[in-house]
Design a protein around this ligand. Structure first.
Ligand code: N01
Length: 540
């Protein structure tokens, strides 16, 4: 007897998410002739760029890198205005792509997936959504994004504050007027830094409640002129090919020169040049910044000295200098006059390492030393990252196993794409890939194309279900942990290792071997005839 629910709608492929991964997945599979439905909680395409509309939001990857390479028409037609694009331009780009490829007809917006269950008998995924619909498909693509589930701070009294509280990760669509207002910001990661340098200049009084100072380097953003764009457009094919062989999935060069291979004065010159050049040049100067603590310490000292030179008040400068964890072990930020903002008379740093927040009160934020009265509070307190979105709804695999049970000690997968026990489910930019350490659009394109090759292979061979073996998944995770072991990234408390969310399993389970090696593993898996997967043959 068939267990198919009568009202269920049957399609070939369900894609969850309309960020850059989900948009490409929908397009790719539709072009290959499949009936695809995309489901997205937001009101339109763009993923994190749809939600993150906070003042100052900007990508710190170069715009020509952080864009699709799969369509030459799109890269030839689109013109980036700045080297590092701001959120409105990135969202406009997502909309341009959606219009150009007519993606919206395949998406259901303002709709959230509430459960996804594998039906072993029917060999299909059955997804329910919050509007009561049920969709069934042999394949489910999880493009849920590594940074989709916002995290409020663990502070008592949030509900008591009488003024508005704005969350960076779910920012209102209308502009907020900060003129003359007393504004408090909690959080000094990439998001908080971008908000500070923007809102700090507009608010009446601006109070930054900083617990852990982050490392940030000058972005030195600039407009892109026509000659540059023309050159990029002429070179896009070669550039995209090079990006696939680059550890960052972008065009930034990678150094093979260890820090101590140069004499001290030359090392200093290289760092001065990197500081002036801006962007992530620093990361391209030396090969061992994330594996050699002594080298890392010297670069950290150099940046701390720069902070001291820029910030006029020595006490504030001292509080802004990160200590106790390696530079680049927390996501390095790129800023535009972030430290200079603290020289403004209306901007005040509250050092919560010395004077911790006690609670949020009716009229402000109370620290151990007293209350700061505020009209507006902003949370830039990060995400339940990497696994949060995949565990935010019920995902049930073979034998009724819940993904949250399988991952109770931390995420385990094969290439960050497939999960043992979860047949025909494919994740893009999943938690055991290079997700946070390389260009997410390059990763998403790789993963979607890998998935399309796999499903194409199954179609040709008359196969209707796949599952990665436990041995192959274990082998991948051993490789992930082997590479993670010597990495200095493990020494910082961040979302990269899961320590920002209470009760979350901690540890570095991202692939730190670089995008190029990751891609080589993906290609090998395919070229080996998918020998790490077992397949069910279609009954005829
Ligand atoms: O989040 P975060 P984010 N009391 O987790 C603080 C990407 N991104 O949204 O470290 C006081 O980095 C917390 O303090 P601590 C990028 O990949 C990219 O800023 O826990 N503070 C920390 O300072 C980035 O890494 C771009 O001590 C509290 C902050 O909140 C990722 O998004 C721009 C607290 C959270 O920092 C996430 O960045 C923006 C409490 N109770 C984002 N709880 C670009 O491309 C938390 N905090 C430039």
């Amino acid at each position: 007897m068939s267990r198919t629910i009568q009202s269920a709608e049957r399609v070939d492929i369900i894609v969850v998410g309309a960020g850059f991964g989900g948009m490409y997945a929908v397009y790719k599979f539709r072009e290959e002739g499949y009936n695809v439905v995309g489901i997205e909680a937001g009101g339109d395409v763009g993923g994190v760029w749809y939600w993150n509309r906070y003042p100052g939001a900007r990508c710190d990857l170069m715009s020509v890198d952080y864009s699709y390479g799969f369509s030459d028409e799109i890269q030839q037609e689109w013109n980036w205005s700045e080297q590092f694009a701001a959120q409105p331009e990135i969202l406009a780009y997502a909309n341009f792509v959606a219009d150009r490829l007519e993606l919206r007809k395949n998406f259901r917006f303002n709709t959230r997936v509430t459960s996804a269950r594998w039906d072993e008998e029917e060999k299909l995924w059955r997804c329910t959504t919050d509007d009561g619909a049920v969709l069934e498909a042999p394949f489910c693509i999880m493009s849920t994004g590594p940074l989709s589930i916002p995290k409020d701070p663990d502070i008592a009294g949030i509900e008591r504050f009488k003024g508005p509280i704005y969350r960076a990760q779910k920012w209102p669509h209308e502009e907020i007027d900060f003129t003359g207002k007393r504004v408090g910001l909690i959080g000094t990661g990439s998001t908080g830094i971008q908000i500070t340098q923007e809102v700090g200049r507009k608010a009446g009084e601006f109070f930054v409640f900083q617990r852990t100072p982050s490392w940030t380097l000058p972005m030195r953003n600039h407009d892109l002129d026509e000659a540059y764009l023309a050159e990029m457009k002429a070179n896009y094919p070669a550039m995209r090919a090079a990006m696939k062989m680059n550890p960052t999935g972008g065009t930034r060069p990678v150094s093979t020169r260890p820090f101590f291979s140069l004499p001290p004065s030359q090392r200093r010159d290289v760092m001065e040049h990197a500081w002036l050049d801006g962007g992530h040049t620093f990361l391209a100067c030396f090969s061992d910044l994330l594996s050699n603590q002594a080298a890392n310490d010297q670069v950290a000292d150099f940046v701390r000295d720069k902070i001291g030179e820029i910030v006029e008040d020595p006490e504030v400068a001292e509080a802004l200098k990160p200590r106790g964890y390696p530079i680049f072990a927390r996501r390095p930020c790129l800023d535009t006059e972030y430290y200079e903002t603290y020289n403004l008379p209306n901007v005040h740093l509250k050092d919560c390492l010395k004077d911790p927040i006690v609670e949020i009160a009716e009229n402000g934020i109370r620290t151990e030393s007293g209350e700061v009265e505020l009209d507006i509070i902003i949370f830039a307190t990060g995400y339940d990252a990497l696994t949060g979105a995949l565990l935010a709804f019920e995902v049930v695999g073979r034998g009724g196993v819940l993904l949250k049970d399988k991952w109770k000690e931390g995420p385990r997968s094969y290439l960050g794409i497939l999960v043992e026990g979860f047949p025909n489910m494919i994740a893009t930019s999943g938690p055991n890939g290079p997700a946070a350490l390389a260009n997410l659009i390059t990763i998403a394109e790789n993963d979607v194309e890998w998935a399309a090759d796999l499903i194409g292979h199954m179609k040709k061979q008359g196969l209707d279900a796949f599952e990665v073996t436990k041995e192959a998944e274990d082998r991948w995770m051993d490789e992930v942990f082997r590479l993670a072991e010597p990495s200095l990234i493990r020494k910082a408390q961040t979302w990269w290792v899961g320590s920002n969310v209470k009760g979350k399993p901690t540890g570095l389970s991202m692939y730190v071997g670089g995008f190029a090696n990751y891609r080589a593993h993906c290609m090998a898996a395919k070229n080996n005839g998918y020998s790490d997967l077992v397949f069910d043959k279609r009954a005829v």
